[in-house]
Design a protein. Structure first.
Length: 71
């Protein structure tokens, strides 16, 4: 289980444990917030091709799928 501080999530770097389409390294480029300013999702940008994916930020806590930093 990855420990994540939501306040430091923006521009953080991540490595996919099981890359798809050679997309392994990602940067969090945007945080999506609810009306009460709570973070509900984030956008990850693949470094290799600049594809953007929106996902629930809590998914990044799963260390079987995501590693903090670039490995």
């Amino acid at each position: 289980m990855n420990q994540i501080n939501p306040n430091k999530l923006l521009l953080s770097k991540w490595t996919a444990v099981k890359p798809k389409q050679k997309e392994r390294h990602f940067i969090v480029t945007k945080l999506i917030r609810a009306e009460n300013e709570e973070i509900i999702a984030c956008e990850l940008e693949a470094v290799i091709n600049k594809n953007i994916y929106q996902m629930d930020w809590q998914t990044l806590k799963d260390s079987s799928c995501w590693l903090i930093g670039w490995h």
